[in-house]
Design a protein around this ligand. Structure first.
Ligand code: ZN
Length: 272
């Protein structure tokens, strides 16, 4: 990514300024043993997952001056991903936050927070493979997994989303495990991404070698709680990521690095 940064400087030199370029900010929030990414674009802010009930998503949004979310994408039903929903609903009821809609997969439809959202008048929508999210234009955001007819549940039902510009891409995989990584590659044999959210908090059962070798990320993001009882991220997963990513300064861990924000300049590159 240092090369990209160098390119960015060159670009700034040759065309005057990067100021006029579209920018997208993707931040892995330090939510402890859970997952939440804040995506801030020109017109929209969105969350991919919300952390646990005690992650303090309200304080994080307030500290960043976020008053509107175009979308809250819930990868799957587990509490370490959806646990912040009641807090967000409370904020919406108090007029501190406007939420346009909450997007979720088939599995999360059975999830208890859905009633809470309906009562608060927050729109909900089911998403699956083939759907696109227009909140980050000119970046495209495509849902890769699961397929609409899927009967997968829990971790295996996590929503995989790929945000991309003309050059680079960021792949979110929630808590998907090796078996679903294989399914994604069967659907998209040529899939690649510059940045990867390593599945299931860096667990040993995700980030299979075949998947990493095809995706070839240059940056990896692992969200895990400090000294968590699950042993996330697993040493084997870290070893694989080091081999693939190569530059170990581009493997970001919330347990060690806290919240990590990437700036992504359209068509140029992304860097911390
Ligand atoms: Zn999880």
């Amino acid at each position: 990514m240092r090369n990209l940064f160098f390119c960015a400087l060159l670009f700034a030199c040759s065309s005057g300024s990067l100021e006029k370029q579209d920018k997208l900010y993707i931040e892995m929030l330090d939510v402890g043993q859970g997952l939440s990414f804040l995506i801030r674009g020109k017109n929209c802010n969105s969350l991919y997952d919300t952390g646990t009930p005690s992650s303090g998503i309200d304080t994080m949004l307030q500290n960043r001056g976020i008053k509107t979310l175009c979308s809250v994408i819930l990868s799957h039903r587990h509490n370490d991903h959806t646990g912040g929903v009641p807090t967000l609903v409370e904020m919406a009821k108090n007029g501190e936050l406007h939420i346009n809609r909450v997007l979720f997969g088939n599995d999360a439809a059975q999830e208890p927070y859905m009633n809470l959202l309906k009562e608060a008048g927050i729109a909900t929508q089911e998403i699956s493979r083939g759907d696109t999210i227009a909140d980050f234009l000119p970046w495209s955001a495509r849902i890769l997994f699961p397929v609409q007819t899927s009967s997968l549940t829990e971790n295996a039902a996590s929503i995989a989303m790929r945000i991309s510009d003309s050059e680079n891409s960021f792949l979110f995989t929630g808590d998907l495990e090796a078996e679903q990584e294989k399914s994604i590659l069967e659907l998209e044999p040529l899939l690649s991404a510059v940045a990867l959210q390593a599945g299931h908090h860096g667990s040993k059962t995700s980030s299979s070698w075949d998947f990493l070798a095809q995706i070839r990320p240059k940056m990896a993001f692992i969200s895990a709680g400090k000294n968590n009882s699950y042993g996330h991220p697993h040493p084997e997963t870290l070893a694989k990521l080091r081999l693939i990513v190569q530059d170990t300064t581009q493997i970001f861990r919330s347990d060690r690095d806290g919240s990590v924000e990437m700036e992504w300049v359209y068509g140029v590159g992304m860097w911390r």
